[in-house]
Design a protein around this ligand. Structure first.
Ligand code: ZN
Length: 245
């Protein structure tokens, strides 16, 4: 089976479409594993939910997904994120609200645990250091854990006998074999990359071969930005897409 592993779509339909088109051109996929934050920040929340639902998928809840339906409060959001969240909540249909509210916080699937932030704190914690990653290996039972939230593509590998953790930054085309070593994997962000590279980021996992690979895809950033301008979304959120931060 082939899985498209992705997260943090953030209402960026152009980026999400580009990822799906690329994954289909590279041999297709049987299922999408989505790590949350389908909505928030960008201009197309409803269309992104619809596009995800058109495919066989498993999806966990992100902080923006639940903030936009007022299931969690936005007090931890910065001003621009809160403003975009309020705008998003006004766009959602009742069906969208129902879909987002039914997303689970944690899913275990085969050898993988899927969460948005971290297995310890699924909605809010960022795994961005080896210290935080190391602590988190105690909070899931499967060999691998998939996280999003930071929008940075990387792997944390845990050496059980040495009780050590190290990180690997993932660049476009990076391909690797999944072995016995426990890993926390982040496919990067589809709709708002934050590693200095504006290209949409996602992973393909081939369960038969036991391999995974990271992919970075160009999409029409200007088109997304123009839609955001039209909807009066915050300038900061519009500008950052061009720079990947
Ligand atoms: Zn996010």
């Amino acid at each position: 089976m082939l899985y498209a592993i992705l997260g943090d779509i953030h209402s960026n339909l152009e980026a999400f479409r580009a990822v799906i088109t690329d994954a289909e051109a590279m041999g297709g996929f049987d299922q999408i594993w989505c790590l949350g934050d389908i909505v928030g920040y960008g201009p197309d929340p409803c269309a992104c939910i619809e596009l995800l639902r058109r495919h066989d998928h498993i999806c966990v809840a992100g902080n923006h997904d639940w903030a936009s339906i007022e299931r969690v409060d936005v007090s931890e959001f910065n001003l621009a994120a809160a403003e975009a969240c309020l705008w998003t909540s006004k766009q959602l249909s009742l069906d969208d609200v129902d879909f987002l509210s039914n997303l689970p916080e944690v899913v275990s699937q085969n050898d993988f645990t899927l969460v948005h932030g971290s297995p310890h704190k699924p909605l809010w914690e960022y795994v961005l250091s080896t210290d935080v990653a190391k602590q988190n290996f105690a909070y899931f039972d499967t060999n691998y854990c998939l996280v999003g939230h930071s929008h940075v593509p990387q792997i944390y590998a845990y050496n059980e006998s040495l009780d050590e953790c190290h990180s690997i930054e993932l660049s476009d085309g990076y391909s690797f074999k999944l072995a016995e070593q426990r890993l926390i994997l982040n496919p990067g962000g589809v709709g708002q990359p934050r590693d200095g590279n504006p290209k949409a980021s996602y992973m393909i996992y081939d369960s038969d071969a036991g391999t995974a690979s990271l992919h970075r895809i160009n999409y029409d950033v200007f088109k997304t930005q123009a839609k955001m301008t039209k909807h009066n979304l915050p300038d900061l959120l519009i500008e950052r897409l061009a720079h990947g931060y």
